[in-house]
Design a protein around this ligand. Structure first.
Ligand SMILES: *Cc1c(COP(=O)(O)O)cnc(C)c1O
Length: 415
């Protein structure tokens, strides 16, 4: 329970904001001065090349956003009305909405505690209950790779296509391999809060040349080769702008530098909280290197004060020696620093309340858990992490001094 004094930062500390370096404006200006102010141009070609070189996929299609990339992934696998798609549950809704764009049905798969990503045991169970699942969509939450080997093996065993949502994990590796390469089709994002940004933008990555050509065609309204506008297929206006691509192009050389800064932030939090009843968002230290996009905290069960959440409000009872995400977020807000709750799991979202949700134990959805997020609940890991976890200010421009103040205030929440 926080009883200390708060001295707010004069300048807001963001969760994760864009960090520009100067080269971006050079490429944007180049686009302007050569008049390639369109969805064609050198910056687009260059960012596609940079992405394939860095990530190690053969082909990249630069698009208006990561959500568009995920939508085209759904088109590529040919989701039809009612087709079942097993999806990561604890993720941003952009991972799973494109399934609905194509009329498919999400089967939400619970989360494991080792990396906070899709639980392979729950995925196996999903196949046992729904043998007609055709596609798996897996996200790497907060820049931490999931259990890719196990998930890939399950997909191969059941002969289904894997789509990887690497929107948050650009630059992270699993067993030395870049994320964004584990699916047949993969998506990355350059949204304003991601590890590098174009202000917006995204990319579809694949090794399949035909898929790349189809995605590229669909992204420019699916124009056929003819002297007039001729269309045999449904298209979209999803191509990346050459101006946005200029910003992305200027950011690429700074990806590793951003990752190093984010890693330092994570390590400082970890050190600062080491004697508190909390832990950081975990990763597989032997097999993976996250990009440390967001640093998160998980409060031990025994150190949680009472906290209740409705669909739109939260409330807690202060208690000595204990705290909760609601209190910590409130205190961070008062000190002019931006934290955020853990991404609320999809099976708890009103829009997806009727979709199946598969957990490792128990059989099927437990509606009462879905509302409050039962603390320490073994049968709904996502709800538990949502109840006890939060995202900390993780902006790569935060100074060590500012971070020390944040650590101090979080520590005081447990007074
Ligand atoms: C940001 C994000 C997306 C969507 O990317 P946009 O470029 O914003 O459309 C998809 N999935 C996850 C997990 C994300 O965090």
């Amino acid at each position: 329970m926080f009883t200390g004094q708060i001295k707010p930062f004069a300048k807001k500390i963001w969760l994760s904001s864009p960090t520009m370096h100067g080269e971006e404006i050079k490429y944007v200006t180049e686009a302007y001065e050569t008049n390639w102010m369109s969805t064609v141009g050198a910056n687009i070609n260059e960012v596609e090349k940079l992405a394939t070189e860095k990530i190690g996929c053969k082909y990249a299609v630069a698009l208006s956003c990561g959500t568009a990339a995920l939508h085209l992934c759904m088109r590529l696998v040919g989701i039809k009305s009612g087709v079942k798609v097993a999806c990561s549950d604890m993720t941003f809704d952009a991972t799973v909405n494109p399934v609905s764009y194509e009329g498919g049905m999400q089967i939400f798969v619970d989360t494991e505690r080792d990396t906070w990503n899709m639980d392979p045991a729950a995925l196996e169970k999903a196949f046992a209950i729904y043998p007609d699942i055709k596609v798996v969509v897996v996200a790497n939450l907060y820049g931490t790779p999931g259990k890719m080997d196990e998930i890939k093996a399950i997909c191969q065993k059941h002969n289904v296509i894997l789509i990887e949502d690497a929107a948050e994990s650009l630059g992270a590796t699993y067993k030395g391999q870049q994320t964004g390469t584990f699916g047949k089709y993969n998506a990355i994002s350059f949204n304003g809060n991601k590890i590098i940004t174009g202000s917006s933008g995204g990319m579809l990555m694949t090794d399949d040349e035909e898929a790349m050509l189809r995605a590229r065609k669909w992204s420019t309204q699916a124009r056929d080769a003819a002297p007039w506008y001729q269309h045999e297929e449904l298209g979209y206006n999803y191509r990346m702008s050459n101006v946005i691509a200029g910003v992305v192009r200027g950011q690429w050389p700074h990806l590793e530098e951003h990752i190093a800064q984010k890693r330092a932030i994570y390590e400082r939090y970890k050190e600062g909280f080491k004697d508190l009843p909390v832990s950081m968002n975990p990763y597989d230290e032997k097999n993976s290197v996250p990009n440390f996009w967001l640093s998160c905290l998980l409060i031990d069960e025994k150190a949680m004060c009472k906290q209740v959440r409705s669909e739109s409000e939260a409330c807690y009872i202060p208690e000595h020696g204990k705290s909760c995400p609601t209190e910590i977020l409130e205190v961070l807000g008062k000190m002019n620093a931006e934290g955020r709750p853990i991404w609320k799991p999809m099976h708890m979202q009103p829009i997806y309340r009727m979709n199946p949700f598969v957990t490792r134990v128990g059989n099927g959805r437990n509606h009462s858990d879905a509302y409050v997020g039962n603390i320490g609940n073994a049968t709904d890991v996502g709800a538990d992490i949502f109840a006890r976890g939060l995202c900390l200010p993780s902006d790569n421009k935060i100074t060590a001094e500012e971070q020390s103040k944040i650590i101090e205030v979080v520590r005081e929440c447990f007074a």
